[in-house]
Structures are given as C-alpha cells and as structure tokens.
Design a protein around this ligand. Structure first.
Ligand code: ZN
Ligand code: ZN
Length: 269
C-alpha cells in the first residue's frame, strides 16, 4: 500500500471513530436517566444505591476510555494498543450486565424500558468499536495451537489472534502449600492435583484439544476447558470467544461465550 493510500485510510478511520461519539452521547443520556431513576427511589439504602449508581456510571466511563484509547491509537499509529481499548469496552459490557441485574430488583414497567434502551445503545457502541477493531487487526492464523514451554509448562493459543489463552504449569498456587498442576484459563485459575499432570501432558503432546476439554470435564467442571469451542475444535481468547459475564442480583452467576463461528456455550459457572 502506498503512503498516500495509508494516509487516506487513516483519515477515514479517524472520521468513523469520531462519529462513534454520537452513540456514546446517546449512552450518556440513558446513563443519566438511569441514575435519576435510582436517585428517585426511596426503597434502597444509601450504600447499595451508591454502588448501583457507580455501576451505571461505569458503563459510560469505560466506554469513553475505550474510545479515547482507540482514537489516540489510530491518530498516533500505535496499533499494538488495540487490546487496551478492547479491554475497556469489555469492562463496560460487564458493568452493563451487572447494572441490568441490579435494576431488575425494581419490578416496574419503566425499568424494562430503561434496560431495553441502554442495551440497544450500548450494542450500537459495541458494534461500531468492533468494526474498527476488525479493520485494525489483520487476522493471521497462528501455526501452533499448543506450545510446550518446558517439561512442566504448556501454552494454548487463540486460533484467531495467537494470544496465550490457557496456561498449564506445575507450580505452587497462591493459596497452596504443595506443588500442583495449575490451570489458568480465560475466566479463572484453579489448582488441580499434581498427579494428573502426566496424563494431561501426554494429551497436550498429541495436540488433542478435545481430549484436553474432556480431561477438564472429568477433573475440573462440567464446562471443561473454558477457552475451547467443541464445535470448532479451537481455542479462543476472552475477546474472540466474546465472553460475557452474567450477573444475578448484582452477583456473578456465570460466563457464556460465543465463538467467531457463532457457537454458544456456558464456559464458566
Ligand atoms: Zn484471540
Ligand atoms: Zn465454535
């Protein structure tokens, strides 16, 4: 691509990103509406009310941070920082899920319309951001799916971006007294019995992701390997699995993932 073409691409991108501010403005309006609603309700104690209000504000402020990072990144050409922008956008979505579960405490008609509006407006922001993210990151398929780092450590890589999504290692976990087989996925970490390592490492040597998933279902939880989509037989990072935390009355309930091919499943419960 010539320098001229690159420059005009950049100009187009900056114009599009500038327009995302309209969606963010709509998000700000509904954020204010929800805050007013919460302030007008007397049923709630002050501490809870302030907490819920800060969750609602978090949706908006995290989206603004995501936008600032995206705009600066494109204008300064530091495309490597795209993950930071994405991180803020995902954190905004987490806050949205939490806020919605909190708002549902009120069984009033107006709440359902507030929820509907905030969901639609956030989704518009989300889609506009993702359009840019997809333009910025060339999708390169990594050659390796599993990397043997050492005899006691393995990495499993996202099949879209190559990011390390799962780590298995023998070590001492934060709350452990003895060495164990430590698993770190996209949703959580857990220590498994060290004796299981040889069975798992054998599976990893054969590059059989389905068997790793089945191993996790047997020794860890029904959801198995959180970063794995059984239908694609692929590993995805948090972003590419479009992981979505769900909340019940403000408390973490579970995480669901939708892979780039549209397959959905619960990845952590
Ligand atoms: Zn990825
Ligand atoms: Zn899939």
């Amino acid at each position: 691509m010539s320098t001229d073409e690159k420059l005009s691409d950049k100009k187009d991108a900056l114009e599009r990103i500038w327009k995302i501010r309209d969606y963010i403005q709509d998000l700000e309006d509904i954020k204010d509406g929800i805050v007013d609603f919460l302030n007008s309700r007397k049923k709630l104690d002050e501490v809870t009310k302030n907490l819920w209000i800060s969750d609602v504000k978090g949706i908006y402020y995290s989206t603004v941070s995501a936008w600032e990072l995206l705009y600066n990144m494109v204008s300064k050409g530091k495309l490597k920082h795209v993950d930071n922008s994405r991180h803020f956008l995902h954190s905004a979505r987490g806050r949205l899920a939490k806020s919605i579960s909190e708002l549902k405490y009120y069984k009033e008609e107006i709440v359902f319309s507030l929820i509907k509006v905030v969901e639609i407006r956030f989704e518009k922001c989300w889609n506009a951001f993702y359009f840019e993210f997809d333009m910025l990151i060339p999708i390169v398929k990594p050659i390796a799916r599993i990397i043997k780092v050492s005899t006691s450590k393995y990495h499993l890589l996202c099949s879209v971006c190559g990011k390390i999504s799962v780590v298995y290692r023998i070590g001492t976990g934060r709350f452990d007294e003895h060495e164990s087989l430590i698993y770190t996925g996209i949703t959580h970490s857990r220590s498994l019995r060290k004796e299981l390592a040889s069975e798992l490492f054998n599976i990893l040597k054969n590059e059989n992701l389905l068997e790793v998933h089945q191993f996790m279902q047997k020794y860890h939880s029904q959801e198995g390997l959180d970063a794995y989509c059984p239908q694609c037989d692929n590993i995805y990072c948090w972003e590419h699995y479009k992981a979505r935390e769900e909340y019940d009355d403000g408390f973490y309930d579970c995480t669901c993932g939708t892979c780039p091919n549209g397959h959905q499943r619960m990845i952590d419960d």
